[in-house]
Design a protein around this ligand. Structure first.
Ligand code: ATP
Ligand code: MG
Length: 588
């Protein structure tokens, strides 16, 4: 753990004091901002709003579209191939109503599922807002999904329709195409593979511009999204309309969204980050959501930050690393003066990346932690708190986190254990699609949600992510460590770009794990036996004597999910010749 600190920005932050807010905060303070909150609401202050009728569209797009001071403000800006499409709140509302009208005309009802298989484009957001309006469950899927992955999604969700592109239709199996009522294509010509293909280009515009949102119970499903599959298999996680409370609060505190913010969440909407912080959260705050339709290049990302005057950027360590590798002088060629807050999620934001952004983009990135199941950011480095490099930060006001041992007992500061969150909070999933047994296993008898992540907490209440439960490694004696502890040390070596450490099982007769490291090298370094030996020696000098790495292997790339998460299970499976090493869900 690094003792350095990056000082807080207390004066300009939305949340001024973490210490003063936490003891008095109640989620009801946020609920009061919504039209569905009434004096007769929740007499016991229970967070279960199933008796209150609500719709996230009333509180986001429609609210601002009907506000004379805000209606002309940009809700969505989309850029692709040099073409920019901009939609004000008023225009977004019309799109949302017209798309809702179209879906209704095709027989969609509350509870039906619409699978959206599209690369980032405005139609995803029109469909998302239309589904919410009528209570249809929005199910985004990565457009790069394989035939087999899509088949699994179609089989388990039994959607009424799928929204896609002509080029992607061939990913739909013949068997499942027959079970879907409609295959909507955002553009033509239809490939003519299936009889139920409908080119909808130009059709929503024929629909009326008004469509009253369906008033639903708070626990009505809003979207169904699959986890990244790092520990596999991906789980279908159900989220609801009442989570708007958590989305609004977290965008305001963690992303520090202000009325003039242009928020760029550079995640695909098929990853929960892209759905929640790419659209719903900025719309609840009435600010501009920016979406980039072009694939990543460093120049394109810097150009985007400059051209669209991005003020808040929510990104990932993967993107930051790619920018860093593209060169130190590149950022200075762009005017990044609009950028005032950077946040990161999904994988460890190692100190090297954090300092690089701080040095070259003038803003230190704030790491945030959450998972598909938690619905909202739960632990974060907040603008009003000092950043501790290497830490994921502190739990948001209203959220309680703890480190538990395998019997559910609370562990003291600086002990490694499972990260758990006290239930409930407005964001927690209400269920896993068709898997109640797995859902129940998230919860302890005394009301804690078990994340499956291993972490530790320091004396000041900062949390440090150390890997996954099933990545735990046995060192000498009773000592158990997370792989991240070793990987972080490996990354301090000047030649090492990224590292993954796995256990190949117990060393014969020793009761400790046989540890193997996989590393990628930074530009300019060449794989050699000598370098391998040098890195091993470096590790010996920087790790406790009871942690011994037996083998180090050079790789050109580490296996990762599409959202950039390290897949240690793939390395382990390949190493041991067991199932789980196939390329499903993988980036490349
Ligand atoms: P699956 O549940 O299918 O194995 P997944 O857990 O990778 O997949 P997500 O819900 O997309 O799917 O990711 C959540 C996980 O991402 C967390 O449990 C955690 O392990 C990791 N994560 C999220 N934020 C951070 C962070 N800031 N630092 C380190 N790891 C993070
Ligand atoms: Mg998970």
């Amino acid at each position: 753990m690094i003792r350095a600190r990056i000082p807080a920005r207390k004066n300009s932050a939305n949340l001024k004091s973490y210490e003063k807010t936490c003891p008095y905060f109640s989620w009801e303070d946020i609920e009061k901002e919504f039209s569905w909150y009434g004096p007769d609401h929740s007499p016991d202050h229970s967070p279960d709003h199933s008796s209150n009728r609500m719709n996230i569209m009333t509180e986001s797009i429609d609210r601002w579209a009907e506000d004379p001071d805000r209606c002309a403000h940009d809700a969505l800006v989309f850029s692709k191939g040099g073409q920019v499409q901009t939609y004000s709140y008023q225009q977004m509302k019309i799109k949302s109503c017209q798309w809702a009208g179209l879906l209704t005309e095709y027989g969609f009802n509350a509870g039906d599922r619409l699978i959206v298989l599209l690369p980032p484009c405005p139609e995803i957001f029109f469909a998302m807002s239309a589904c919410a309006r009528i209570g249809v469950i929005f199910c985004p899927v990565f457009s790069s999904s394989s035939f087999y992955e899509l088949e699994i999604r179609l089989e388990s969700t039994s959607p009424r329709g799928i929204l896609t592109l002509p080029d992607l239709v061939e990913k739909i199996s013949y068997e499942f195409a027959g079970q879907i009522s409609h295959i909507f294509l955002t553009q033509g010509p239809a490939p003519g593979l299936f009889p139920n293909e409908v080119v909808i280009a130009g059709m929503p515009e024929q629909m009326p511009p008004e469509f009253e949102p369906e008033m639903l119970s708070g626990d009505a499903p809003l979207y169904l999204i699959y986890t990244s599959g790092s520990t596999r298999p991906p789980k279908g996680v159900i989220h609801t309309h009442q989570e708007m409370t958590g989305m609004l609060a977290s965008a305001r505190w963690v992303l520090d969204v202000k009325p003039n913010t242009v928020l760029w969440t550079d995640a695909d909407p098929a990853w929960v980050t892209g759905t929640v912080y790419g659209a719903f959260a900025p719309w609840l705050c009435g600010v501009t959501a920016f979406v980039q339709g072009d694939p990543f290049t460093a120049a394109n990302w810097y150009w985007t930050l400059e051209k669209f005057k991005i003020s808040v950027w929510y990104t990932t360590p993967k993107i930051i690393r790619d920018l860093m590798e593209a060169g130190d002088d590149l950022p200075s060629r762009y005017d990044l003066s609009a950028l005032r807050h950077v946040t990161s999620v999904g994988a460890p934001l190692i100190p090297e990346l954090l300092y690089w952004v701080g040095d070259h983009l003038r803003c230190y990135p704030h790491d945030t932690w959450w998972m598909t199941e938690t619905g909202i950011i739960c632990i974060a480095n907040l603008a009003c708190n000092d950043i501790k490099p290497g830490s994921i930060g502190k739990p948001l006001p209203g959220i309680k986190a703890a480190i538990l041992d395998e019997n559910g007992k609370h562990l003291p500061a600086l002990s490694l254990g499972e990260l758990a969150l006290k239930c409930p909070w407005p964001g927690l999933t209400v269920g896993l699609w068709q898997d109640n047994d797995r859902f129940q296993r998230y919860f302890t008898d005394d009301g804690w949600f078990l994340t499956g992540d291993i972490a530790l907490e320091d004396e000041e209440g900062y949390f440090y992510h150390q890997g996954r439960n099933d990545d735990l490694l046995k060192a000498g004696g009773d000592k158990v460590i997370g792989p991240f502890e070793i990987e972080q040390v490996l990354c301090v070596h000047p030649a090492v770009a990224e590292a993954a450490v796995i256990s190949k099982g117990s060393e014969p007769g020793k009761g400790i794990s046989y540890l193997k490291a996989f590393i990628t090298l930074k530009k300019g370094y060449i794989q050699s036996t000598r370098l391998n030996y040098e890195i091993k020696t470096f590790l010996k000098g920087n790790l406790a004597p009871d942690i011994v790495i037996r083998e180090i292997i050079f790789l050109d790339k580490l296996p990762k999910t599409r959202s950039g998460k390290l897949l240690r299970r793939v390395l382990r499976a390949r190493e041991l010749g067991i199932p789980g090493g196939e390329s499903l869900n993988m980036q490349d």
